[in-house]
Design a protein around this ligand. Sequence first.
Ligand SMILES: Cc1cc2nc3c(=O)[nH]c(=O)nc-3n(C[C@H](O)[C@H](O)[C@H](O)COP(=O)(O)OP(=O)(O)OC[C@H]3O[C@@H](n4cnc5c(N)ncnc54)[C@H](O)[C@@H]3O)c2cc1C
Ligand code: FES
Length: 503
Amino acid sequence: MATVAAAPRAEPLTSDLDVDVAVVGGGVAGLSTAWELIDAGRSVAVLEADRLAAGVSGYTTAKLSALHTFVYDKLRRTRGEEGARLYARSQREAVERVVEVAAVLRVDCELERAPAFVYVTDPARRAAVEAEAEAARGAGLDASYTEETGLPFPVAGAVRVEDQAQFHPRKYLLALADDLRERGGRLFERTRVTGLTEGTPCRLTTENGAVVTAREVVVATHYPVFDRALLFTRLSPRRELAIAAVIPAGDDPAGMYITDEDRTRSVRTAPYDEERRLLIVTGEHFTPGEGGVAERYARLAAFAAEHFPRAEFVHHWAAQDNDPTDTVPLVGPFHPGAEHTYVATGFGGWGMSGGVMAGRLLTELIVGRYVPPWAGLYDPRRLWSTVREAPAFLRHQASVGRHFVGDRLPTTHADSAADIPPGGGAIVRLGGRRCAVHREDDGTLRAVSARCTHLGCLVAFNAAERTWECPCHGSRFAVDGTVLQGPATRPLDVRDVRDVPEE
Ligand SMILES: Cc1cc2nc3c(=O)[nH]c(=O)nc-3n(C[C@H](O)[C@H](O)[C@H](O)COP(=O)(O)OP(=O)(O)OC[C@H]3O[C@@H](n4cnc5c(N)ncnc54)[C@H](O)[C@@H]3O)c2cc1C
Ligand code: FES
């Protein structure tokens, strides 16, 4: 039985390395790709900036489902019946791949079969649910329309898909990592990749100074780094909150639920002990840097408390994912001229099945055994869809433009540090430059550049998490400027706090 080994799991890369394939990023997309490649006989190195399975994949709700909110009715309109069918088949096969690999590795990852539901409470939206049920069924899923669910409140309508799954993503992914290592894969943590030179072979440089030479490179860094195809123009970051509470087993709604109402409500449970289940509720999505996080947590907790009055809250956290402008993840060759570089991104809140699907698809493209029929659907180079996705694309670019020129969000700007309370942060002008200034609880000030090192948008303070967040593409920084989440790869420059006006 594979077990979850204790930290530390992998050393940083300190000397140069030569491999068939370098996978940048150790989340579900990177580890699934690396594992499939090892299985196909390639030598592989995984280069992870932080810890394996500790990015978004470590903080997800981990429903393993091919039912992705309201995707199928939209897909059949934008990609036709065949596009919807290919999407359903590729995602369904990914769900089954996890079940299969977990059994092969004999990993106890709390895998449970359960039905998946998308529901609405607004009767005016019943027709949309019926259309989704029909589209999902037409795409090949075992889907039906229902008004009966296990939720402790009435719904106006729901799509139900049988026999999906839920699991513990870290237990599964760390078991993949253990197996990878046993089969000769090289895993490196605390190894941020800072440069990519494409060629034959490709060359990756790392923050530690070591260089990796690889015939093929897979960029699986969630938001892509080294983005030469301007994929960032087609991805919007979406941050979400999660809370976990212990409930009596008798209160378990017995299924995985999601609605797009109220900025999303998602509900599932996980094993806890003999008499209780762990309830996981996520939602309240917002753009990084938008603020109001404490109020959003309060709304989510109120939803959980109202519907599960015996819930005892034990944890809360936040994580973010990237929405592609045309709904379909971007998985395949990195850019139109790419010969040896690949990307997996834009999972839109469904990267558990999406990341596993990406692992299989990229492996087939790299190994060249067979091209899955859905390769074109996910190909990041797809051009024809830009016309159909134009409104979402233009909306995102308008919002990015606003932040770039310095949209003065009133809550994030201050005239002097005196206006910043302990625990708070604000943008303060300093000799013509904007600085991101944070005041610690003991009154100490910390100042860093307010310009995101990705493409220069202004960062904003998240008071609940005490981080600087970039609204443009979702980079996140600690108050000392360290990169917490890309696409930025360089820290915010530290500014001299003595220059910050105190009044
Ligand atoms: C609240 C929430 C709930 C969700 N629930 C579900 C769900 O129920 N079902 C579902 O299917 N999906 C769900 N998702 C989506 C899913 O979690 C994500 O799509 C998925 O985890 C993304 O995986 P990834 O491998 O792309 O990213 P990550 O897991 O973030 O992995 C990327 C890795 O790359 C590393 N990295 C970044 N830059 C560099 C660099 N320069 N060098 C080296 N390494 C680097 C990071 O440190 C990170 O570890 C949810 C998402 C959120 C936010
Ligand atoms: S994340 Fe792109 S400019 Fe900040």
